[in-house]
Design a protein around this ligand. Structure first.
Ligand code: UT7
Length: 334
């Protein structure tokens, strides 16, 4: 029997506090016109002191399990994709496993930066299709507000906080995650990096003084990479799935910048009517971006049973990943 892996539950968690472009213009030398014209972002959610990568991840995971009508006791594995973990160690996934009551599950974190959720889908798929596990909770959760330099206008306007989760299960129904493409180009590592806090530059008075614990990015180079990587990975999974761009019902790209999304969609040949965009409201939520967008696409009845979906994540590494998914779970609109 050939088993497929399919998404059977989904949930998201976003901080309630919003920070608009007008709010940011009081912090740094920027304005709404620049941010909207260069990125499409209008506001983003910012975690309050008691909201963390872990709390958002737990909320999203519990909602996904409820949605799937499953108990945490059914879960075999918890994966948290994040680049802003709760602590250096233990893993955020172990904290989530305990908090949600997944008492018989394994747990680990996965760091592929903003591509983390997309990488996690491939990992979960492998565990399920090899028949090692039946039920996996995959969470993308990041609190980018904690690593952004709030005096650097070239990066602080881009990011927001949030989490999304899916429950994946083994099924003998055809569909689910059909094609996967994972890619990396480590030579681009310096283009998007948090230099301090690891083994190369442990946190010290000096790293705090020079601000190397903050995220730093070469925006123009990352932009170029993002458009090419998104286009190539989307086409790779589309071709592997045997679909043409006309057949794609919904494209759910990483929500880093609306211009990147529009440019990639044009190159792939997918009209913007078939592209899901929420970067205007949440900014770039890193590993949370794709699962949050997926949840909203489901809420807005943009997905039905049989829908052909392409997702692409990209980010620091450089790393990027894409999937072709045929939706199989009942939705509100099917
Ligand atoms: O998950 C992946 C993460 N990252 C990304 O996907 C980001 C990819 N890159 C981008 O989205 C774009 O490169 C940015 C939105 C970051 C920047 O847009 P850009 O069109 O590439 O602008 P730029 O970096 O070339 O800067 C143009 C000008 C500069 O001024 P000068 O040197 O021309 O006088 C910047 O200093 O815009 C200035 N600038 C700003 N001005 C007002 C940079 N940030 C701001 C700002 N407000 N927030």
């Amino acid at each position: 029997m050939n088993y497929a892996s399919t998404i059977v539950g989904w949930g998201k968690a976003l901080p309630s506090k919003s920070r608009t472009n007008a709010d940011l213009s009081k912090l740094v030398d920027t304005d709404d016109e620049w941010i909207v014209s260069r990125t499409g972002i209008r506001e983003r959610r910012i975690a309050s002191d008691n909201e963390t990568t872990f709390t958002l991840a737990c909320d999203a995971a519990n909602r996904a399990l409820d949605q799937a009508s499953l108990s945490a006791k059914d879960v075999d594995l918890v994966i948290v994709a994040t680049l802003t973990p709760e602590y250096g160690f233990p893993s955020t996934a172990s904290l989530v496993q305990d908090a949600i009551g997944a008492t018989t599950a394994g747990a680990f974190d996965l760091n592929a930066a903003c591509a983390g959720f997309a990488y996690g889908l491939a990992v979960a798929r492998g565990f399920i299709e090899s028949e090692m596990y039946r039920t996996i909770v995959l969470i993308g959760s990041d609190t980018m507000s904690r690593v952004v330099d709030w005096t650097d206008r070239s990066t602080c306007v881009l990011f927001g906080d949030g989490a999304g989760a899916v429950v994946l299960q083994r099924t003998d129904t055809p569909g689910g995650i059909g094609s996967t493409c994972l890619r990396s180009d480590g030579s681009g590592g310096p283009l998007l990096i948090q230099r301090a806090g690891g083994s190369r530059h442990p946190t010290s008075a000096q790293t705090l003084r020079d601000g190397s614990h903050y995220l730093r990015m070469n925006g123009r180079e990352v932009y170029r990479f993002a458009v090419t990587a998104t286009t190539e990975a989307a086409i790779a999974v589309m071709v592997d799935a045997g679909w043409t761009s006309n057949e794609v019902d919904l494209f759910i790209p990483h929500q880093a910048n609306v211009r990147i999304i529009e440019s990639a969609a044009r190159s792939i040949g997918i009209p913007m009517d078939n592209v899901f965009v929420n970067a205007d409201r949440y900014g770039n939520t890193s590993a949370g971006s794709i699962p949050i967008a997926l949840c909203e696409a489901l809420d807005h009845q943009r997905i039905q049973v049989g829908s052909k979906i392409i997702t692409v994540g990209f980010g620091a590494g450089l790393a990027w990943a894409a999937h072709a998914i045929t939706w199989t779970a009942p939705t509100a609109s099917s």
